[in-house]
Write a protein that binds this ligand. Structure first.
Ligand code: 13P
Length: 290
C-alpha cells in the first residue's frame, strides 16, 4: 500500500479508544522491524523519524526504503517527522513524500507557537500531509531538544483550546507529565488535564515519552483520548542491546547478517508487545478488523 497520512488512522483510533503506535526508527533494519510487527498483528502503524535521523541519512534514502517497505505491506503506514523546529527541514520532508510532520514550537511564547503551527498547517494541508503540534514543555531529551525538570510545565487547557481552534492541527501533543528518555522515579500523569484537553479540543492526542510507562498508564491515557503513542528510547536500547548481546554470546563468529537478524528480532519483539497493548489489533476486535 502507498504511505498514508495520520488522519483516518487517528480518527478511527480516537473513536474506538485504541492508539496507533508511533515508533522512532534509526535505519532500514529498525524500520523493517516496525513494519514486520505491524503486519504480524494486522495493525496500522506510524514510522517516526527524528530530525537528527533525517539529517543523518538524508530524506531521499529514507524515502527509498520507506516506499519499498510500504509497497509490499498490507497495513496502513504513515511516515511522520517527529519534533521539528526547522521549517526548512519540514518543507523538505513534505516535498520528499513524508505524509505527516510535527512542528515543535512549544518553547516559543504562545502567540509565536500559534503562528508557526498555523504556518506549517498551511504548508502541509494542500499536500495532504497531516500536522502535529505541541503545547507545554515535556521534560527530558528528545533529539536536540533538552528540557530540564525545573523548566517542564503542563499544557494549559485554555491555551490548548485556543491553539487547536486557530492552528487546526490533525494531532495535538499537550505536556501532561510524561518524559522523554528514561524515567527517574514514578511519572506523575495529569489525567484530569488530559481528559479536559481531549474533550475540549476534540483532536486526537499524542502521548509522548512512551518508553518506561506502565501498562496501566498507557491504558488509562488511551481511554482518555490518546490515539497516538510515541516510543523512541525503547528502540534505541533494543537496537544496541540486540547487537551487543548477540556478539557477546557468539564472540568468535563475525557474521554481520546474523547480528543484524538478532537486532531485528529484539526490536520487533518489543514493538509487537506495545502495539498489542495499545489495542488496535485484530485480537482486540478493533482497528483494521472492524
Ligand atoms: P521516549 O523516548 O520516552 O520513548 O519518547 C518518545 C517520544 O515521545 C518521541 O517524540
Amino acid at each position: 500500500m502507498p504511505l498514508e497520512n495520520m488522519k483516518s488512522m487517528l480518527s478511527k483510533a480516537a473513536a474506538e479508544r485504541y492508539a496507533v503506535g508511533a515508533f522512532n526508527i534509526l535505519d532500514y533494519n529498525s524500520t523493517k522491524a516496525v513494519v514486520a510487527a505491524a503486519e504480524e498483528l494486522n495493525a496500522p502503524v506510524i514510522i517516526q523519524t527524528s530530525a537528527k535521523t533525517v539529517i543523518f541519512w538524508g530524506t531521499s534514502a529514507i524515502m527509498c526504503w520507506m516506499k519499498e517497505l510500504a509497497a509490499s505491506s498490507k497495513v496502513p503506514i504513515a511516515l511522520h517527522l517527529d519534533h521539528c523546529k526547522d521549517l526548512g527541514l519540514i518543507k523538505e520532508c513534505i516535498e520528499t513524500g513524508w505524509t505527516s510532520v510535527m512542528i515543535d514550537a512549544s518553547s516559543k511564547p504562545f502567540e509565536e507557537n500559534l503562528a508557526l503551527s498555523r504556518q506549517v498547517v498551511d504548508m502541509a494541508r494542500p499536500k495532504d500531509v497531516t500536522v502535529e503540534i505541541e503545547l507545554g514543555a515535556i521534560v527530558g531529551v528528545e533529539d536536540d531538544i533538552h528540557v530540564k525538570e525545573q523548566d517542564a510545565h503542563l499544557a494549559d487547557p485554555e491555551q490548548a483550546v485556543k491553539l487547536c481552534s486557530r492552528a487546526e492541527p490533525d494531532c495535538f501533543a499537550p505536556a501532561i507529565g510524561t518524559a522523554h528518555g528514561v524515567y527517574k522515579g514514578e511519572p506523575k500523569i495529569a489525567y484530569d488535564r488530559l481528559e479536559e484537553i481531549a474533550k475540549r479540543t476534540s483532536i486526537p492526542i499524542a502521548l509522548h515519552g512512551g518508553t518506561g510507562l506502565s501498562d496501566d498508564v498507557f491504558t488509562k491515557c488511551i481511554s482518555l483520548g490518546c490515539a497516538k503513542v510515541n516510543i523512541s528510547t525503547q528502540l534505541k536500547y533494543a537496537f544496541i542491546d540486540g547487537f551487543v548481546t548477540y556478539h557477546n554470546q557468539h564472540n568468535t563468529e563475525y557474521n554481520p547478517l546474523k547480528v543484524i537478524d538478532a537486532q531485528f528480532d529484539q526490536l520487533k519483539g518489543g514493538i509487537v508487545e506495545k502495539i498489542t497493548l495499545f489495542g488496535g489489533t485484530c485480537n482486540s476486535h478493533r482497528g483494521l478488523c472492524t
